[in-house]
Design a protein around this ligand. Structure first.
Ligand SMILES: [Zn+2]
Length: 271
């Protein structure tokens, strides 16, 4: 069962080289590359959370994608840049340089095979910068290579509607959203007797500085959390997880259609 959550007929490694040689209009085929992490997610969730979420979401998205849209998922890249968590054992972290090389060389291999649409589907909040750099550099190197630097949680989805305002703002790691989702994806791997609520300690108040995004402070997880959790896992439910998974899968099915339809503007080619 190498294909994991991916429908077997949408799993790239199950193709043969002649299948790929004979594929009609390869330039319109969408190849999705899940990029995850193996990193601590508190005492209640397994290390695989980010990888599992990416694979489950793309698997469900491909299940509902119209059969007329050609799209295949690659095996996940499981290891990511997770050094913000590396004081917690079990966390595996590779450097930005290593990750850039793996992704660049994977992309070049796909390009050489004739593919022109590659979606990087990153599920780990610590590495969107790497995904952005790779997408830009591959597109500069191969001008007709469309590489899309996406984050799993950036498609339209309903998660915030199911959380408290505080959780929506601060629950960034192993909290309500990820725990609920894991209860839906891999329920037997959630240690429900160890659920934690821990919000980040020591954040500046009355300040423009934030934990992530706009004006972020320097942090590693142990600076702000004892358990490794940033958020409230005690309120997680499978019912919420099912709804989050469904909305993320629909968002991904929709964005794959848009990537398939997308035509690269090349103004410089006109005179
Ligand atoms: Zn995570």
């Amino acid at each position: 069962m190498m294909h994991n959550f991916i429908p077997p007929d949408r799993f790239f490694p199950y193709l043969t080289w002649t299948d790929i040689r004979d594929m009609p209009d390869k330039s319109k085929v969408v190849i999705i590359q899940p990029v995850g992490a193996i990193e601590q997610h508190g005492p209640h969730l397994p290390l695989a959370v980010d990888s599992a979420i990416g694979l489950a979401v793309i698997g469900k998205a491909l299940e509902r994608l119209d059969a007329s849209i050609p799209a295949f998922a690659m095996p996940s890249i499981y290891y990511g840049k997770s050094n913000e968590h590396w004081h917690f054992p079990g966390t595996i972290s590779i450097s930005a340089e290593t990750m850039i090389r793996v992704l660049m060389e994977t992309g070049e291999s796909l390009y050489r095979s004739g593919f022109r649409k590659w979606v990087l589907m990153n599920s780990h909040g610590g590495q969107p910068q790497i995904i952005d750099i790779v997408a830009r550099d591959l597109h500069v190197k191969f001008e007709d290579f469309e590489v899309f630097p996406f984050f799993t949680w950036r498609v339209p989805h309903i998660t915030k509607q199911l959380m408290t305002e505080k959780e929506g703002r601060l629950g960034i790691h192993a909290g309500d959203a990820e725990t609920s989702l894991m209860m839906a994806i891999l329920p037997e791997q959630v240690r429900t007797d160890r659920l934690v609520c821990e919000y980040p300690h020591g954040l500046p108040e009355d300040s423009l500085l934030t934990l992530e995004r706009n004006l972020s402070i320097p942090w590693t997880t142990r600076d702000i959390s004892k358990s490794g959790v940033i958020g409230d896992a005690t309120v997680a439910t499978k019912e919420k997880g099912d709804r989050i998974l469904d909305s993320l899968a629909q968002g991904w099915a929709d964005v794959i259609v848009d990537v398939h339809k997308f035509v690269q503007p090349q103004l410089w080619k006109e005179n």
